[in-house]
Design a protein around this ligand. Structure first.
Ligand code: 5GP
Ligand code: MN
Length: 519
């Protein structure tokens, strides 16, 4: 597994970490076991390398994870904002763990955006905010951020001490184990073979499995257990027509059962234990919104559902978000979101069926044939643009049709670019919109596509920060230029389904270049 990473990546990661003198480690709001496990593991690792670091999170962690912060050194923006900002002013490296978009750190976002420090992101959610970070290690092919972090730390150890087996301190191993068991819900979901390999390695490193197991999945208060009983008996609702269930936990009930942050850990999984229930939601009323937790088994994407209906996101089978409606409207809203989600799936299936009819099977050879076909279609498309007098630029197989010319310096490898963009699936022109940073365009689809906020796209070009077709297609553009950049799937997401983009889709981006900064 450790050779899973390219040597250059590990070297680059270590270079950034080792040159950091004052390091801030951050994770997302309402931190869970994976967030707390990964930040504390990183802190222990840095300590073993004699590096100064501080952990900052937007709001407090649940009480049951308190054992990860025995001397209460973790800073919480809600109460330690000034101290965090002060630390940030002299900080030269920020390591962000277990979230994809910076808005996931809520109040902390502004301070992080302002900081001049180098920034690393290590995460396992889809759609990371790549342009903001100097180095991104992101894959959804891992159970947890802690698992990803484990393999990275082991790889760093191997890089530094190639002559002996990699070692991590038992404190680091304990923290990593916590993220592993919480994000997999005690090895029941998102488990890959590497997950068990890691668990086995951690036991060899001396993890106190029994103690951690009790801390994470036991050690509840009596009132929490009684609340669970009450909810199962009185509040769990099953909707057989959708194969779904849900629980609503009101503020009044929280008061009555002496509810603490973290007490509801695991509640959302309960309806999934019922035969025929594949989708589950927990709605927790809080001061100014309703927190939404979603889980699924089977192939239902709660990530998509959270993005479309609950102002959130997450993973395919575990996601969450927020609602800003009266609590008594939640049952109806949930039903509508289920109905619409199933309608969207039907539409998607139809699209897939059309794809399958067009491209019946998908061996490597067939993929090459598809790519050849796409190149031809793109060629026809750009030729017709050229015939209307538009300028065409082709870089490494990515075609750029210039709609409005810009002026000034041309964008070269290593230069920074700020641009607005809208990405579509190429269907002899603009097909389905799948990503944009422009709010008015996103509005047309009726959904806030990535729930990301609407900043400029920003990147250093030719450095692999963007997908290849865009990275290369932008070369030579000038400030003020508006263009279409079209490329076949091998310069896009290739044989992978990504968000709204089905595998093997050719892509077309409309871009508006706002500013170029020469290297
Ligand atoms: P939980 O249900 O445990 O609170 O969250 C499950 C997963 O959903 C988290 O690991 C995180 O990936 C995602 N998630 C939860 N809340 C939000 C949210 O408000 N926004 C986004 N984008 N993701 C969320
Ligand atoms: Mn996680």
């Amino acid at each position: 597994m450790t050779n899973y990473f390219q040597k250059e990546l590990i070297e680059g990661l270590w270079r950034l970490i080792s040159s950091g003198r004052k390091i801030l480690i951050i994770s997302h709001t309402n931190p869970d076991g994976d967030a707390m496990g990964s930040v504390t593991a990183m802190k222990h690792f840095l300590l073993s390398k004699k590096k100064e670091s501080v952990i900052a999170i937007p709001n407090n962690y649940p009480e049951y994870l308190g054992f990860l912060d025995p001397d209460k050194k973790i800073l919480i923006y809600k109460k330690d904002g000034a101290a965090i900002d002060e630390y940030l002013s002299g900080c030269d490296l920020i390591i962000a763990l277990d979230f994809n978009q910076l808005k996931r750190v809520d109040e902390l976002e502004h301070s992080i955006r302002k900081s001049k420090a180098k920034k690393i992101l290590i995460d396992h959610h889809p759609s990371p905010e790549e342009a903001f970070f100097d180095l991104v290690v992101s894959t959804t092919e891992t159970s947890s951020t802690c698992e990803l972090l484990y393999w990275l730390l082991i790889s760093i150890e191997e890089l530094l001490n190639s002559d002996k087996p990699a070692n991590l301190s038992s404190a680091t191993a304990d923290s990593l184990y916590v993220g592993l068991v919480t994000d997999t819900n005690n090895f029941s979901n998102s488990v890959l073979s590497g997950t068990f390999r890691m668990a086995s390695d951690l036991l060899s490193l001396g993890v106190d499995r029994e103690r951690l197991q009790h801390n994470v999945f036991g050690g509840f208060t009596e009132s929490r257990m009684r609340l669970l009983g009450y909810l199962l008996q009185n509040k769990m609702v099953i909707l057989p027509e959708y194969g779904a269930g849900y629980i609503i936990l009101t503020k009044e009930e929280q008061r009555e059962f002496d509810f603490n942050e973290g007490d509801s850990e695991g509640f959302v999984n309960m309806p999934l234990n019922i035969r025929g229930v594949n989708i589950s939601a927990l709605f927790t009323e809080s001061e100014d919104n309703i927190r939404v937790s979603l889980r699924s088994i089977d192939d239902f994407s709660v990530n998509q559902m959270a993005r479309n209906f609950f102002n959130g996101g997450g993973h395919e089978r575990a996601a969450g978000g927020k609602l800003f409606i009266p609590i008594d409207k939640v049952p109806e809203y949930y039903k509508v979101s289920l109905r619409k989600s199933f309608e969207n799936i039907k539409k998607g299936l139809l699209l897939m069926l059309i794809f399958v009819i067009l491209f019946p099977s998908c061996t490597k050879q067939d993929r090459d044939v598809q790519i050849g076909q796409q190149i031809k279609e793109i060629d026809t498309y750009v030729r017709s643009a050229v015939n209307t007098g538009k300028r065409l630029v082709v870089n490494n197989g990515s075609s750029r049709v210039v709609i409005n010319e810009g002026a000034g310096d041309s964008l070269m490898v290593g230069d920074s670019v700020f641009f607005d963009y809208a990405g579509y699936i190429f269907q002899s022109g603009l097909g389905t919109l799948f990503d944009t940073n422009v709010e008015t365009i996103a509005d047309i689809t009726g959904i806030n596509i990535y729930n990301r906020g609407f900043d400029y796209g920003k990147a250093v070009v030719g450095r692999g920060m963007l997908i290849k077709g865009l990275d290369w297609g932008l070369l030579g553009a000038k400030s003020g230029e508006q263009a279409y950049i079209v490329f076949p799937t091998n310069l896009g997401f290739s044989n992978k389904d990504v968000g709204l983009v089905p595998k093997m889709s050719p892509l077309i981006y409309e871009v508006w270049i706002k500013e170029i900064k020469k290297n």
